[in-house]
Design a protein around this ligand. Structure first.
Ligand SMILES: *Cc1c(COP(=O)(O)O)cnc(C)c1O
Length: 366
């Protein structure tokens, strides 16, 4: 059996360091918003290239906090994509705003900047580009348009820790950026976690208040907030893993290249990169018109392949009819029928990648 993702392998790879870090927290007696969270917030913000980091409970909350910090709420519209984890859209609704869904660029699966203009209304307040699968959305035209219109840009970086755009790490471009540390993400906790990063001091301060009851000081709420804290144990684990993130991303890229070399000329559409060396391959996603048959073949051979995502958000039962997209989304609706995520995680053995490649070579697309 070859899993599509394997967070246990990464724990085992750094077991001594992680166990020591966890034990230090357990014996330190400080379990919430203590020194580990503070140090991780600072380490991670520096890694991204932002001034401030605010650790929160998960990636959905990171987006919710960021939107609320930007004072986006009822009556406001936020432009994003339907081809994303449902969390992106759920967070916009949690803030009370209306998600306005636009189509993607078929080569990169990310928000098509050419689709923004038609989706703008006087109520538009922000754009949330999603750096899907580990590849950056085309930020330059998005930022240019947002600046011209006075819109906020909040990057959803939940799948792109360490990915580059124009030579800089994603998360350093928008007014704010949000990351998830769900265990399978490129930087994963051993539980839930998330962070908001920003270089805007006022937005950072508001985010800090929002994540803990609006407290500026203990027991005194300056604004209405709620509770979404990153805990000390997860922060300690994340500090260990952050030291290994570039190495892990490098391993993902190396395995991705093996796939791309081995799967050429089979009629599959392989992942593209806008600029070489920028993709961090959270997922290695191929496209095939015979996706379901290919997936069945892999399953029969004990190979775990995933579909990210089988139903676009605007067609899911919770949203269908209620959340009308901004016009048709042909690229989104085609992508969900064709995408297949092959096994990929930093510790995956080369022989297993070769086995997946050989298995796909036996696929008869006819
Ligand atoms: C994982 C993910 C999220 C949500 O993160 P959680 O930690 O699961 O709340 C948001 N957006 C994208 C694109 C994701 O992949």
């Amino acid at each position: 059996m070859i899993a599509q993702a394997n967070p246990l392998a990464q724990y085992l790879g750094h077991r001594a360091e992680i166990d020591a870090a966890v034990r230090a927290v357990l014996e330190g007696g400080n379990y919430i918003l203590g020194p580990e969270v503070k140090a991780f917030e600072s380490d991670f913000a520096s890694y991204v290239g932002a001034a401030h980091g605010i650790g929160v409970g998960n990636g959905t909350d990171a987006l919710h906090v960021a939107l609320r910090a930007c004072e986006i709420g009822p009556g406001d519209e936020v432009i994003t994509v339907s081809h994303t984890a449902v969390a992106t859209v759920a967070a916009i609704e949690l803030a009370g705003a209306r998600p306005v869904l636009v189509d993607i660029e078929p080569n990169f699966f990310t928000l098509d900047p050419a689709r923004i203009e038609a989706a703008l209304t006087p109520r538009t307040k922000a754009i949330v580009p999603v750096h899907l699968y580990g590849h950056a959305a085309d930020l330059s035209p998005i930022l240019r348009l947002a600046r011209a219109r006075g819109l906020r840009v909040i990057e959803d970086c939940a799948q792109a820790h360490g990915a580059l755009y124009n030579g800089r790490r994603v998360g350093s471009f928008g007014d704010m950026a949000c990351f998830s540390f769900y265990p399978t993400k490129n930087l994963g906790a051993l539980g839930d976690g998330g962070i908001v990063v920003t270089s805007d001091t006022a937005l950072a301060e508001r985010s800090r208040l929002l994540r803990e009851y609006g407290w500026a000081e203990r027991f005194v709420s300056r604004i209405p907030g709620w509770n979404s804290r990153l805990d000390e144990v997860q922060a300690a684990i994340l500090r260990v893993k952050l030291r290994h993130l570039d190495g892990a991303n490098w391993a993902r890229r190396r395995l991705a290249r093996m796939y791309s070399d081995g799967l050429r000329d089979l009629g599959l559409v392989l992942p593209a990169e806008r600029e070489p060396g920028t993709h961090v391959f959270h997922l290695y996603v191929v496209r095939s018109a015979k996706r379901d048959a290919l997936r069945d073949l892999l399953t029969r051979h004990g190979i775990g392949a995933g579909v990210h995502y089988p139903v676009p958000v605007h067609l899911q039962p919770a949203y269908r009819g209620r959340l009308a997209p901004e016009g048709p989304l042909p690229q989104t609706e085609r992508a969900v029928r064709e995408v297949l995520s092959l096994p990929l995680y930093p510790e995956l053995e080369e022989e297993k990648v070769q086995h997946v490649i050989q298995t796909i070579h036996s696929f008869d697309p006819a």
